[in-house]
Design a protein around this ligand. Structure first.
Ligand code: FEO
Ligand code: CA
Ligand code: CA
Length: 665
């Protein structure tokens, strides 16, 4: 299967396991028990969720992809699938033999679908054709290069990189973004060699725009103007703008920079790094041992060019790609865009680290739906707000505007809006933002305009005063993060004042305290201001029938369908030790909060992406890092190719087997 030609129609790659097969395979009784115990009856399911016509998937521990009966899953894009016919598709059987150590591997990867697919954006270009934009988060060198994990265990990973500098060139080609042109007839088909197909990597030139453009902190040896950046990486979740551009979020970029302890920073550089720090010694991926750009002792300001929301036009490769600094620098998870009643564009964004914040940006100018060109630089001017939650269920969006907020002044070292966006976390500290349990993605209901924020988890919640990201923070539970410790994550529901996304006040309540509804206290009431001291206590928006609920934890990416159902993908430990998956629940009506598992991924993966095609029939999901926890030599997954193939992060499409049906209903 490793040599499948991307020009041929894509076959059915997933296999649904029957109960008989599960029983036959399940030598581990504990596993069997968990597999069968989570299966609610169809009658129970339909009673609880009339709009969702499927039977929940049970927790799985198998190296396979499972969707409900009546649905099919097709693999659209595997890591290494060629986007252009001048390049081979990756031979996944050859990875274990050192295929990716060859000097040609990096060049090929720049013409192939990238690694560790994450956020997805879909642009409908008519005639049943879509441009699918996909983020690639980070490399897993232990799954790419034979010998890497052994060297790492021996404390010699940096030596391995020095001896094999081509590994860094390869990894730099795996990250960034892929744009792939698809058409749909009776099945999905990649258009190899489409002029829209494109790879953006850690070395693709782009511009910095907005208030930090030209700032001293952005001026480097390579770019004395402080207006340019080379590449993008750790691209996590994403968003589409109403004018058809793709927003890709740079998240854990600090993991790519090392050698901070050997650096002697100026005071302004030290201050700007403090809340978003490069690694003290070796970086996580050790690129600095082959590329000095990632050594902060040599290039102290290079990290400031990362940690932004990046905007690109999938239809026009000649348009400059721009890092929109007005939206702040932090560990950006996603960028969810809505148009407020006054025509201003609002971008909701999470900062995914423990005790960080929820933000939104409101454009200064209004969008012109008739004239896309006039919206090109809308994201360069506007107001960046951070969320403050109150105990009584109210909340405020506090503007972080230089010259307006007394705390954001020269006395505290802020001399411009550029200073505020570059030291965004510090500015948010000073205005009293509410520290959250790792704010990830945000989705807005198309039916109610309510805003949903997933907080993936925070095991340090409730540990007293803790040092995180350069400051000491009170980790006590607060009303918007009410559970100590927060082992399983939660979802907060916000109602903007007047259902206006540009409002400065909101109401809020907890929508979900994730976990296993069969374990711990199952809450059916949870008023704002309530605190929850048991990490196993769960709350499903007041839904009261535990037989009708799936266990869920570590909510990450979110999206809505037209019917108002919230789709949730997970990234991290699940309550029954099972694989990550995709879940869905109604947000209003009698089934509000009835979370049901829709898909289970293979071993070691997180599930992300989570976008619905414009016809409402297909759900696109990223199956990221299958096989994580294993190595090239000792794999724990061979999904999707099977046999002795290396696992391949892939984008899948799930749709009803009946082509007349929509995803739900
Ligand atoms: Fe990349 Fe916050 O998940
Ligand atoms: Ca994520
Ligand atoms: Ca995550």
């Amino acid at each position: 299967m490793g040599s499948a030609d991307s020009t041929t129609p894509i076959s059915l790659w997933y296999r649904r396991l029957s109960r008989r097969e599960l029983l036959a395979r399940g030598s581990d009784l504990a596993v069997l028990s968990a597999l069968t115990s989570g299966c609610a009856s169809l009658a129970q399911q339909e009673q609880g969720g009339a709009r969702l016509g499927f039977q929940a998937v049970t927790p799985s521990y198998e190296d396979t992809l499972i969707v409900p009966q009546g649905y099919r899953a097709d693999v659209l894009l595997r890591w290494g699938d060629r986007l252009f016919s001048d390049t081979p598709t990756l031979d996944s059987e050859a990875v274990v033999h050192g295929e990716l150590l060859k000097p040609t591997a990096a060049r090929d990867q720049t013409r192939q679908f990238g690694y560790n697919c994450d956020g997805i954006g879909i642009l409908d270009i008519g005639n049943g054709e879509l441009l699918v934009c996909v983020n690639h988060e980070y490399p897993n060198p232990e799954l790419l290069f034979p010998g890497y994990r052994a060297a790492q265990r021996a404390g010699e990973a940096s030596t391995f990189i020095r001896k094999n500098p081509q590994c860094v060139e390869f990894m730099q080609a795996t990250v960034g973004v892929s744009i792939a042109h698809f058409q749909f007839a009776t099945n999905w088909q990649l258009k190899v060699d489409s002029p829209f197909n494109r790879r953006i990597t850690a070395n693709t030139p782009m511009e910095l725009s907005g208030p930090a453009r030209g700032h001293d902190l952005l001026k480097t040896h390579e770019d004395v103007t402080g207006t340019r950046a080379n590449g993008t990486f750790y691209n996590c979740a994403a968003g589409m703008t109403p004018w058809g551009t793709y927003l890709t979020a740079e998240e854990g970029v600090d993991d790519f920079f090392g050698n901070r302890r050997a650096a002697s920073f100026t005071s302004s550089v030290e201050q700007a790094h403090n809340r978003f720090r490069p690694r003290g010694l070796e970086s996580r991926f050790r690129w600095e041992f082959a590329d000095p750009r990632f050594n902060v002792a040599l290039n102290p300001k290079e990290p400031f060019k990362f940690g932004w929301i990046v905007e690109l036009d999938p239809q026009d490769a000649l348009k400059p790609i721009k890092k929109r600094t007005a939206l702040g620098r932090f560990k950006h998870e996603g960028a969810t865009t809505v148009v407020a009643p006054n025509g201003r564009v609002v971008v909701y964004m999470g900062d995914d680290q423990a005790f960080e914040y929820l933000y939104k940006f409101v454009t200064r100018d209004v969008m012109d739906p008739e004239n896309p060109e006039s919206n090109v630089d809308l994201l360069d001017a506007g107001t960046l707000y951070v969320a403050c939650f109150s105990e009584d269920g109210s909340g405020k969006w506090v503007p972080m505007v230089w010259g307006e907020h007394t705390a954001l002044s020269l006395e505290n070292g802020f001399g411009s809006q550029g200073d505020i966006v570059l030291r965004c976390r510090e500015a948010a500290d000073l205005v009293g933002a509410t520290p959250m349990d790792r704010p990830e993605d945000i989705a807005v209901s198309p039916r109610t305009n309510k805003v949903y924020l997933s907080c993936t988890r925070n095991s340090d919640r409730g540990e007293g005063e803790v040092e995180f990201a350069g400051r000491v923070v009170d980790s006590s539970a607060n009303w918007a993060n009410p559970r100590t410790p927060n082992s399983w994550g939660h979802i907060v529901e916000l109602s903007e004042y007047g259902a206006d996304a540009s409002a400065t006040e909101f109401r809020w309540e907890i929508f979900l305290l994730a976990g296993d509804p069969e374990v711990g206290q199952f809450l059916t009431m949870l008023d704002p201001g309530s605190l929850v001291s048991d990490s196993d206590s769960t709350y499903f928006a007041g839904y009261s029938d535990t037989n009708d609920l799936s266990a869920i934890a570590s909510p990450d990416n979110l999206t809505f369908d037209d019917a108002g159902n919230l789709w949730i993908t997970t990234d991290g430990e699940q309550p029954r030790g099972n694989n990550d998956g995709c879940f869905v629940c109604p947000t209003d009506g009698v089934s509000r909060g009835a979370v049901r598992q829709f898909m289970s991924g293979p071993i070691g993966c997180e599930v992300s992406g989570c976008e619905i095609t414009p016809d409402g029939k297909s759900l696109l999901l990223s199956v990221q890092h299958p096989g994580e926890g294993g190595t090239v030599e000792t794999p724990v997954s061979s999904w999707p190719d099977g046999g002795t193939a290396a696992p391949r992060p892939s984008v899948i499409a799930v749709r009803p087997e009946d082509p007349r049906r929509k995803l739900t209903g």
